[in-house]
Design a protein around this ligand. Structure first.
Ligand SMILES: NC(=O)c1ccc[n+]([C@@H]2O[C@H](COP(=O)([O-])OP(=O)(O)OC[C@H]3O[C@@H](n4cnc5c(N)ncnc54)[C@H](O)[C@@H]3O)[C@@H](O)[C@H]2O)c1
Ligand SMILES: CC(C)[C@H](C(=O)O)[C@@H](O)C(=O)O
Ligand SMILES: [Mg+2]
Length: 356
């Protein structure tokens, strides 16, 4: 089985190296092939998603991705910016379903900025639509403002849109995920203001007829952001659009103690997928050897479970992560008094050692 390894920029190579170490320590040997992506792709081949990298990702059974982005590339034209690499991979591989599970490991209850009683026992799943919405809608750009008080000035604009089929397929993924959990689904929208999201809501209601065993509720995104920090355990599965899902999943990350703990799976219709931590390239800590590699290691576990059919290996990795946390090992982002501060590599080594 072949896995494409795309480390990317910033802390990407540091954290992916730890996940690779863990994969190599499993009984089964996987064929791992690396390629540059993001700023690293631009530096090597003049494009954030070089042809060879895309071809490797397409040919592989799964993709393990680090992170892309570096401020030194922020002034490049948009098509050449590192972030286009991950957007291009999602679009080219048809990865429309992004699963971001926010689980609080009991040992990290004190690491969250929220009170332990608010977050302890937290286990929610955010399902973010990943290839539509304002992220990909056309037209977009900067033009001359056609009317109103700012007529004649330049204006920036984007297009929010969702086709019916795009909403239906992500809704099915969400209802089916809810069926395997507590059978509660919250669809997050902004139907009170946006046409796109009134349409979203109507279609989700229509799809819900196929899933009478799942309790569906609707929530506006502003309220959902508030409820996520007020009473996050009230949620089971959340389904939402691309942009709202991006924002809400970063908020949910803090419930788990740190964004360095939140893995993700981005899946196509056949469960082929790309696996990456939900966080970015963290240029502020890159090269210091202090980034938390657990979100990436847990993403590798999701890869084994969802795309490679190796649930028992995934369990081993997840149990190893629980074990290192129980041993009191903490990277700086989740460190608290009475625990042992370790760097990126030490954390990776500890997970390898803890594999049962
Ligand atoms: N999928 C991706 O590749 C992805 C996702 C988000 C942001 N980005 C890009 O990353 C760059 C930086 O973006 P940002 O600063 O808004 O978000 P970020 O997620 O990179 O960092 C936000 C904060 O969280 C911290 N952090 C992130 N991951 C961490 C980890 N594993 N361990 C410890 N601390 C961690 C960072 O140090 C920073 O303080 C930008 O270029 C952005 O476009 C890429
Ligand atoms: C880097 C960026 C394009 C990306 C997104 O907005 O989807 C990131 O924030 C994420 O959450 O994966
Ligand atoms: Mg994001």
């Amino acid at each position: 089985m072949k896995i494409a390894i795309l480390p990317g920029d910033g802390i990407g190579p540091e954290i992916v190296a730890q996940a690779v170490k863990v994969l190599n320590a499993l009984d089964e040997k996987f064929e791992l092939e690396s390629a540059p992506v993001g700023g690293a792709g631009y530096a090597a081949h003049g494009h954030p998603l070089p042809e060879g990298t895309l071809a490797l990702a397409k040919a592989a059974d799964a993709v393990l991705f680090g992170a892309v982005g570096d401020y030194q590339y922020d002034n490049l034209e948009r098509a050449l910016r590192p972030e286009q690499a991950i957007l291009g991979l999602r679009k080219n591989l048809g990865l429309f379903a992004n699963l971001r599970p926010a689980i609080l490991y009991p040992e990290l209850a004190g690491a969250s900025t929220l009170k332990p009683e608010v977050v302890s026992g937290l286990d929610i799943l955010i399902i973010r639509e990943l290839t539509g919405d304002i992220y990909f809608g056309q037209p977009r750009g900067v033009r001359e403002c056609p009317d109103g008080p700012f007529k004649g000035q330049r204006e920036g604009f984007d297009t929010m849109r969702y086709a019916e089929g795009e909403i239906r397929r992500i809704a099915h993924v969400a209802f089916q995920a809810a069926q395997k959990r507590d059978k509660r689904l919250t669809s997050v929208d902004k139907a009170n203001v946006l046409e796109t999201f009134q349409f979203w809501k109507d279609i989700v209601i229509d799809v819900s007829k196929d899933y009478p065993d799942v309790a569906l509720e609707h929530m506006y995104v502003d309220n959902a952001a508030m409820q996520l920090v007020r009473a996050p355990k009230k949620f089971d599965v959340i389904v939402t659009g691309n942009m709202f899902g991006d924002i809400l999943s970063d908020a949910a990350a803090m419930l788990t103690g740190s964004i360095g703990m939140l893995p993700s799976a981005s899946l196509d219709a056949n469960n082929k997928g790309l696996y990456e931590p939900s966080h970015g390239s963290a240029p502020d800590i890159a090269g210091k050897g202090i980034a938390n590699p657990l979100a990436t290691i847990l993403s590798a576990a999701m890869m084994l479970r969802f795309s490679l059919g190796r649930a028992e290996q995934a369990d081993r990795i997840e149990n190893a992560v629980k074990s290192v946390l129980a041993q009191g090992l903490r990277t700086v982002d989740i460190h608290e008094e009475g625990t042992t501060k370790v760097g990126t590599e030490e954390m990776g080594n500890a997970v390898v050692k803890a594999l049962a």
